[in-house]
Design a protein around this ligand. Structure first.
Ligand SMILES: Cc1ncc(C[n+]2csc(CCOP(=O)(O)OP(=O)(O)O)c2C)c(N)n1
Length: 250
């Protein structure tokens, strides 16, 4: 019998610490599959940020660097400049990338650093107990916004990927989601494209992945996927936002 699936070589086969229904594990698997398919395990260096995924260096079977909250793009800049032949990616939540790390990510894009950014947007601070993030939707409940985010006092959710795509140093920006077999396949294609662009010596690219946080959203995993598609996707439309290399929509 032909095996139809084998566990990725670059993903360590251990139980993950994530909550039931969390999508971080799926995204880890996609990254490991791509690294295996491109056969770049020895040249890959991931930057683990601070958030629920901060222990992902225990799960990937390639080099990982742990960095301070929000500083993954700065660390990735140094690593990539010292090791230009390596594939360097950051793995960041929306609290990490869109809040404390806003300056780092914008300037990495402006400088056109040749790094891939995996931006996991679940609209909330997961690790610390569900506080409101800059990406939380209007009306979305959080532990720091028990009646829901009020635009009058907290402003509007920030569209980081659109903002980064405006920077000349950014060659590719796409938003995807983790909700179904099809959307997971599209997410894999997007991450692969980002890695391939970097391998070809091109500049900064970002893949934003709309995700869920059943625990802090207070929902069952399947309900949270439905909520994400009905609410988050309406505010953060999925699709290619910028593709300088492929001639797509800018
Ligand atoms: C300098 C600093 N400030 C604050 C924190 C507390 N903190 C840890 S994780 C986190 C937010 C993480 O949210 P996100 O990036 O969205 O990732 P998630 O946990 O949702 O995957 C915060 C505020 C910290 N660790 N370091």
């Amino acid at each position: 019998m032909e095996p139809i699936y084998t566990y990725p070589k670059t993903l360590i086969d251990v139980p993950l610490h994530y909550c039931p229904g969390c999508t971080h594990g799926i995204i880890h698997r996609l990254i490991a599959e791509i690294v295996d398919e491109m056969d770049i395990g020895k040249e890959t260096i991931g930057i683990a940020s601070v958030g629920c995924s901060c222990f992902n260096y225990d799960y990937f079977n390639f080099d990982m660097v742990a960095t301070a909250h929000g500083r993954a793009p700065a660390t990735a800049t140094g690593v990539k400049r010292v090791h230009p032949d390596c594939l360097v990616f950051t793995y960041q939540g929306d609290g990490d990338l869109a809040s404390i790390g806003t300056a780092e990510i914008i300037h990495a894009a402006v400088r056109g650093e040749k790094i891939s950014v995996i931006f996991v947007n679940n609209g909330i601070y997961g690790m610390t107990g569900g506080q409101m993030a800059p990406t939380s939707l209007p009306g979305m409940k959080a532990s720091t916004a028990p009646y829901g985010r009020k635009v009058e006092s907290s402003g509007y959710p920030i569209k980081m990927t659109e903002m980064l795509a405006l920077q000349d140093g950014c060659v590719y920006a796409e938003r995807t989601k983790i909700s179904s077999v099809g959307s997971i396949a599209k997410t894999k294609k997007a991450i692969r494209k980002s890695f391939e662009l970097q391998s070809a010596g091109k500049g900064f690219s970002i893949i934003e992945i709309l995700s869920t946080c059943p625990t802090n959203w207070g929902m069952e995993p399947l309900d949270s996927i439905q909520w994400m598609e009905q609410n988050m996707e309406a505010y953060y439309p999925v699709g290619v936002i910028k593709d300088l290399e492929g001639g797509g929509k800018e």
